[in-house]
Design a protein around this ligand. Structure first.
Ligand code: FAD
Length: 454
């Protein structure tokens, strides 16, 4: 793509704001590159595809290191094998075609802000090199690459623990889980699992694993539930520290009733093949170990020159532009936004990512057309929910919505939790397709086993 420094006029009547350096080739619509097709990025690319891409007012490109999108908050169900992963996948290429944007597989490796280019790392599929390192130019860059758990440099964690931050990782854990369950079926012996991190991921995974083993009992091994040794380790005095105490207390007793050993106030200092080592010398035996503690930005932006938080997230201003930048936005888990009058950054949740994406969907077209500034993003807290599989759910309803700030549990909380995913499907596919997908899932549930065990 050739650049003309004097011209600010974009193709098809779109103009980039005059306050920014000129960038456009007269014939070309601005190229908006979204990196990361997760909760925030995929909705953003799909909606911009409809508002700008379809009319060729902008060229929208979505880059993701994976070929398929899954809704990250359900990864623990794939890890436990209690939900069919293949039913819930969205293929980027097909989705892009339908929603007027282009999809390019690739992993962001570096950003050159001066030349406005990103570099994608060489790509391998099944051990074969399928693409060399590539460069891509952008007029507007939107980073939405999410986050991953933070091993804090603790010895042995990277080598011996599973992480549940991507579909591949959830799959890898599930394969080992099935091996352990089948071994227990065949030879007896305990299935020992320990999870570090009493946040929503660790808590929901523990409940889902319990459910998986309960369902497995029905497939022939009546004793297997008793042979599951499931431990949840948390450094803080209580699990779900970001939630109100009532949620934390409800979830703790719910998990204990399921037989999970919930241990709070313990610090893991090392991991090896067979156990976690706690501060003080105690060992917690576990052949299967999951690390679900802490949070870090998914990629490394260290060389990019962008301002970063301590967790490596990109510091953004109220309009979601990276600090000091004119053309680089960041949203969701990879961004750190401290709202005015508040001390802590917004939490890394699907709700925040979704609202930030919709904020840009609403305001980017005017910003591109006339330079009208993107207004400050205001987070509307609709509450937070945590589900203990099909057993129970707990949550708060936040400061917006009908039941302001209320504590909920039981069936209503479970339903509210389930609605979150359906809303995501609705946003991505529209009502007709979302309803068909739901129906297909219900029909499949009648004919398929409820868990993945082989
Ligand atoms: C098991 C689990 C349960 C959760 N439960 C909840 C819940 O109940 N409620 C809630 O609000 N939140 C929950 N969360 C958190 C929620 O999933 C995240 O806050 C949300 O997904 C963030 O959205 P995002 O768009 O920022 O990033 P993501 O949804 O993580 O998407 C990031 C995308 O970027 C891609 N990517 C990453 N690195 C690169 C790279 N270098 N180059 C190219 N592409 C890249 C990834 O493949 C992915 O598609 C849960 C998380 C987990 C792991």
């Amino acid at each position: 793509m050739a650049y003309h420094r004097e011209s600010i006029k974009a193709g098809h009547g779109m103009q980039l704001p005059a306050t920014r350096p000129p960038v456009m080739n007269e014939q070309m619509a601005p190229r908006i590159v979204v990196v990361g097709g997760g909760v925030g990025g995929l909705i953003l690319a799909s909606r911009l595809g409809h508002s700008l891409g379809r009319r060729r007012l902008a060229r929208i490109s979505l880059i993701d290191r994976s070929w398929i999108h899954v809704w990250k908050p359900m990864l623990h169900t794939f890890a436990a094998g209690t939900w069919n992963i293949y039913e819930q996948q969205v293929q980027y290429a097909a989705h892009a075609h339908k929603h007027h944007f282009e999809y390019m597989p690739g992993q962001l490796d570096a950003i050159d802000r001066t030349t406005r280019r990103i570099r994608l790392a060489p790509m391998q599929v099944a051990g074969e090199l399928v693409a060399n390192a590539r460069e891509l130019e952008y007029d507007v860059l939107i980073l939405a690459i999410g986050s991953r758990a933070n091993d804090f440099g603790i010895p042995g964690v990277v080598e011996h623990c599973h992480f549940i931050d991507s579909q591949d990782q959830a799959d890898a854990f599930n394969a080992r889980l099935r091996a352990h369950v089948v071994r227990s079926f065949a030879q007896g012996g305990n299935v020992e699992i320990a999870i570090v991190g009493g946040g929503a991921t660790g808590v929901e995974l523990a409940a889902e694993l319990s459910r998986m083993v309960e369902l497995a009992e029905g497939y022939g091994e009546a004793d297997i539930r008793r042979r599951l040794r499931l431990t949840l380790l948390e450094t803080a005095p209580r699990i779900l520290g970001a939630f109100p105490e009532a949620v934390s207390a409800g979830a703790t007793s719910g998990l204990r009733a399921l037989g999970v050993d919930v241990r709070t106030g313990v610090k893991v200092v090392a991991a090896d093949a067979q156990s976690f080592l706690l501060d003080g010398g105690e060992r917690v035996p576990a052949a299967l170990k999951v690390w679900a503690a802490g949070i870090r930005a998914s990629g490394s932006f260290d060389e990019s020159g962008l301002e970063l938080s301590r967790a490596g997230q990109i510091v953004v201003g109220p309009n979601l532009l990276a600090k000091g930048e004119q053309r680089i936005f960041a949203l969701g888990d990879c961004a750190s936004l401290v709202p005015k009058g508040v001390e802590r950054p917004l939490p890394s949740t699907a709700q925040v990512a979704n609202q930030q994406a919709l904020h840009l969907v609403r305001h980017l077209p005017a910003w591109l057309r006339s330079g009208k500034p993107v207004p400050p993003f205001r987070f509307r807290d609709f509450g937070a929910l945590v589900a203990l599989s099909e057993y129970n759910a707990f949550g708060t309803l936040g400061r917006f919505g009908f039941f302001k700030g209320g504590f909920i549990k039981g069936r209503f909380a479970q339903l509210s939790h389930a609605v979150l995913y359906r809303q995501h499907q609705l946003s991505l596919h529209g009502p007709f397709r979302a309803a068909l997908l739901w129906l297909a899932e219900r029909i499949n549930a009648l004919v398929q086993p409820r868990i993945r065990i082989s």
